[in-house]
Structure formats: structure tokens, C-alpha cells
Design a protein around this ligand. Structure first.
Ligand code: 5GP
Length: 179
């Protein structure tokens, strides 16, 4: 089973994805490539950090299941290669989820949303984004919400981290048993 976790910037989806793979033994988190520079304090392991040239070469060589341009940087998911019997978890933006659909693949899509727009803005502020950047992310969030709905996403509100993780875990488990 392929699972996509998406959601607007600053909603905590990266943290949720990390907890999910710790909780579920048979869940494999895909590691994306990006041309974005590593942030201060960000783990080396968060992404495969590459140059624009390396990324473009990888596109030509069909390394990616999907890729998208986001804020002048490229992000891509290599074709997954999980251990046998593992479900694959992708933490990608909504454009990426659309691209996976265009590949003809079926997936369970979870859209993690903030309880309110003020809450989303506050989280972005907390990680140091500028007011202009926050405004842009909030605007983009509206579009992402609509696109996610069109893709049939299940919306999970991250009002409380433990609660949101439990809700997503239940969704994953009920989809597994329904296979
Ligand atoms: P950030 O730069 O904050 O780590 O990520 C920016 C956005 O890119 C987030 O919405 C994140 O989910 C998305 N993203 C991360 N990896 C990928 C990927 O491989 N493909 C796509 N389409 N989006 C990604």
C-alpha cells in the first residue's frame, strides 16, 4: 500500500510522518531529494541534498516517481524500493500527490491540516518564516486544501500531535485490513 501524507506548510506533517514510521513496524518512509540547501540544525538525513544539475540529470534518468518545484527549489521522490511487505509512506506536497495520480498509482491520501489559519500562521512564525512568507503559505494552503479534496484525501486536523497520529494510525490499519 502506498500512503501519501500531505498538508500546508507548518502543519507538522514531517513530525507526524517520523512518528508513524516509529510506531508501525511495516512502514517505510521514502527519502526525498531536494535542491534546497540544508537548514541550520536540520539533520543531514532529512533529504538527499543535491545541486540543480544533479536533480535535472536524475529527472532525465527517470529516478523519480514524482517531482515538483516548490519555492524555486525542486523536490522529488525516487521510485520506492522498500523491503518486502512494507507499506510506503510519502510526505510530499499536494502537487506531488497529483503527479502520483498521473502515474496511475492508487494511494491512501491523508491531508494534515492546522486547526485554524491563525494556528498555522503561528507555527510558521515559530519556525522563523517572514510575515510575507507566512502570507504566501496561507494563500497556498487554501489551494492545497481544494486540490486535496479533489484527490479524495482524508483530512486529519493536527490539533494535538498524539491524537492526530492515533487517528492516522487507525486509518492506515483499517485500510491495511481492508486490502
Ligand atoms: P521543506 O523545504 O519545508 O522541507 O519542504 C517543502 C515542501 O516540500 C513540503 O510541503 C514537503 O512536504 C514537500 N516535499 C518534500 N519532499 C517532497 C517530494 O519528494 N516531492 C514533493 N512533491 N514534495 C515534497
Amino acid at each position: 500500500m502506498l500512503i501519501v501524507v500531505s498538508g500546508p506548510g507548518g502543519v507538522g506533517k514531517g513530525t507526524i510522518a517520523e512518528i508513524l514510521v516509529e510506531k508501525h513496524a511495516n512502514l517505510w518512509l521514502s527519502k526525498s531529494w531536494t535542491t534546497r540547501p540544508q537548514r541550520e540544525g536540520e539533520e543531514e538525513e532529512s533529504y538527499v541534498f543535491v545541486t540543480h544539475e544533479e536533480f535535472k540529470k536524475a529527472i532525465d534518468e527517470d529516478v523519480f516517481l514524482e517531482w515538483a518545484e516548490f519555492h524555486n527549489n525542486f523536490y522529488g521522490t525516487p521510485w520506492p524500493n522498500p523491503p518486502e511487505d512494507f507499506d510506503v509512506l510519502l510526505e510530499i506536497d499536494v502537487q506531488g500527490a497529483k503527479a502520483v495520480t498521473e502515474r496511475g498509482l492508487d494511494f491512501l491520501m491523508i491531508f494534515v491540516d492546522a486547526p485554524t489559519l491563525e494556528d498555522q500562521a503561528e507555527r510558521l512564525r515559530g519556525r522563523g518564516d517572514s510575515e510575507k512568507e507566512i502570507e504566501r503559505r496561507i494563500r497556498e494552503g487554501e489551494r492545497e486544501r481544494n486540490d486535496a479534496r479533489d484527490l479524495g484525501a482524508i483530512v486529519v486536523v493536527n490539533d494535538d500531535l498524539d491524537r492526530a497520529v492515533s487517528e492516522i494510525s487507525s486509518i492506515i490499519m483499517s485500510n491495511r485490513s481492508g486490502e
